[in-house]
Design a protein around this ligand. Structure first.
Ligand code: BES
Ligand code: ZN
Ligand code: ZN
Length: 517
């Protein structure tokens, strides 16, 4: 996708479609919408007066310009109330506009959605418009054969027209009022963030027969070579040397070998370890001996979305180059039911020496995180932040809107939440009272693997916390937000890439707090 910037007026844009926004509570059209209205003999004002355009959030009105201006089409996007305008509104508007215009057959699209407005500055708006466009247009179609008679075989967008020709937008121009260098660098940042998020979405959407632990490591390695990151990939022998009995325990039921991936970005002082981002990489979670019900089990190909978020974030960090050292850590394995599979009743020893009493082999995520976090502690990384599709209970608690954040440290928790707000990914703080630990006491080992049904997400976080020592740590339970079950006006169904942008903004924030190099 070709993304450009222009500070020209909207009516001078020379592509084939342009999108503008309208607020619901403005009595008169403003900004680019007003300029377009004037160029088009007041048609927007008419539609507004007749109530066909209300400006309600997510409203789309497509108009033909009949030669009044260069672009053939205009998309008028509702932005909702002016006092509720945020970068997220811009992101959504851009996504909706691009999807609607792609469907209409537009190739060269201008987005006049990037202008400074109540609390959103030009850079934020431009960045959000870029992100919205690229995230909205993303599709995963690698495994769809081209339709008969369609020899364009390129990644079909799911937007094939009646004539069988694939409809794809070729270029996006972010039209903004203001200084061009500001616009350009904001768009560049948005582009890196969106492409890295889409990279993570690809990993999540790949089928589990293709994206095995070995293949996940291979993709991380390839990406690392492309953007200039160090990448180490370790196998079972190394894990045995490290004493990673929890990760190996989960892996032993699978015919696929586990991998331990370490991605290293060096932008800070040589002697400073910097933060580590850790992602759960279960490439398929059958539940193991405590097998899951058949219905919906296919969704468990996405049980590596924490890993995808970390790998995607490391890509963006390598390209954005914040002045800090960052390490991405991914323990990856399948959770299967082979003859050597671990069982309820087993006791596993993690690499920090602590023993875990297994009660349900479907609670495998915390086990592989136990070894990954123990490793991160040994390497003195701080803070530690993990992302994991960890518990069904998280979906029950917060649904598909927010991810839960659990932490042992107020400062880190606040930093991660700030980062998520900049990123446009929503988190909600969950309690970590000491009383919850009673549920994970074991009679036979140092800790019980699960705490039963009550507060299942919290007890899971409590178990992980036993493996971070006293290092400042935050855990994001992204079960529920990692995957969209159906497509909508804004996005296709499938992996969302949740977490990529929060990790990147966190690295940026921590670099700023460090005062740079
Ligand atoms: N990967 C699942 C959690 C999950 C569930 C993610 C639904 C996304 C959607 C995890 O490994 C799991 O199965 N957890 C169990 C834990 C229980 C056995 C303590 C769960 O949540 O049921
Ligand atoms: Zn599981
Ligand atoms: Zn799982």
């Amino acid at each position: 996708m070709d993304v450009r910037v222009s500070t020209r007026d909207v009516q001078q844009f020379d592509g084939d479609a342009v999108a503008v926004g309208v607020f619901s509570d403005d009595t008169e059209l403003q900004g680019p919408a007003a300029a377009l209205d004037e160029a088009m003999a007041g048609v927007l004002t008419r539609l507004r007066a007749s109530g066909e355009i209300t400006g309600a959030a997510s409203e789309v009105t497509l108009l033909h310009t009949l030669g009044k201006i260069e672009p053939e089409r205009v998309a008028v996007i509702g932005l909702g109330r002016r006092d509720r305008f945020t970068a997220e509104v811009v992101r959504r508007a851009a996504a909706i506009a691009c999807r609607a215009l792609r469907k209409a057959g537009a190739k060269r699209v201008g987005l006049a959605l990037a202008w400074a407005e109540s609390g959103v500055n030009l850079a934020q708006a431009a960045r959000a418009a870029t992100e919205g466009a690229l995230l909205g247009l993303y599709s995963f179609s690698r495994y769809k054969s081209a339709k008969t008679g369609d020899n364009t075989a390129s990644s079909a967008s799911g937007a094939s027209g009646a004539n069988g020709k694939t409809k794809e937008i070729e270029s996006i121009t972010i039209l903004g009022r203001g200084r061009e260098p500001v616009l350009r660098s904001a768009v560049e940042r948005g582009l890196i963030l969106a492409e890295s998020t889409n990279f993570a979405r690809d990993l999540g959407n790949e089928p589990p027969n293709v994206l095995t632990p070995t293949e996940l490591a291979e993709r991380a390695r390839r990406m690392a070579a492309e953007v200039g990151l160090n990448c180490e990939v370790y196998g079972p022998d190394w894990m045995r040397e490290q004493g990673m009995g929890a990760l190996l325990g989960v892996a032993q039921g699978s015919a696929e070998e586990p991998r331990f991936i370490v991605l290293e970005y060096r932008g800070g002082h040589a002697e400073e370890p910097g933060p580590a981002f850790v992602g759960k990489g279960i490439t398929f979670d059958s539940g193991g001996i405590s097998i899951k019900p058949a219905e919906g089990m296919q969704a468990m190909k996405m049980d590596m979305c924490g890993a995808a978020a970390v790998i995607g974030a490391m890509r963006a960090i390598a390209l954005l180059k914040p002045a800090i050292n960052v390490t991405g850590i991914v323990p990856t394995t399948e959770n299967m039911v082979g003859g050597k599979a671990y069982r309820p009743g087993d006791i596993l020893r993690a690499s920090n020496g602590k023993t875990i009493e297994i009660v349900n082999t479907d609670a495998e995520g915390r086990l592989i995180l136990a070894d990954a976090l123990s490793y991160a502690v040994k390497q003195h990384y701080a803070p530690l932040v993990d992302a994991a599709t960890l518990t069904g209970a998280m979906v029950v608690a917060l649904g598909h809107v927010r991810a839960g954040i659990f932490s042992n440290d107020e400062t880190v928790q606040r930093a991660v939440i700030s980062a998520s707000e900049i990123a446009g990914e929503r988190l909600w703080p969950m309690p970590m009272d000491p009383e919850y630990e009673e549920q994970i006491q074991s009679e036979v080992a140092d800790v019980r693997q699960t705490g039963g049904r009550p507060a299942g997400s919290i007890t899971a976080a409590k178990i992980i916390s036993r493996f971070v020592d006293d290092q400042p740590w935050a855990h994001l339970d992204i079960a529920g937000v990692n995957d969209r079950s159906s497509k909508n006006a804004e996005s296709d169904a499938g992996a969302t890439g949740f977490g990529v942008r929060t990790f990147v903004e966190l690295a940026t924030l921590l670099a700023e707090r460090n005062g740079g190099k």
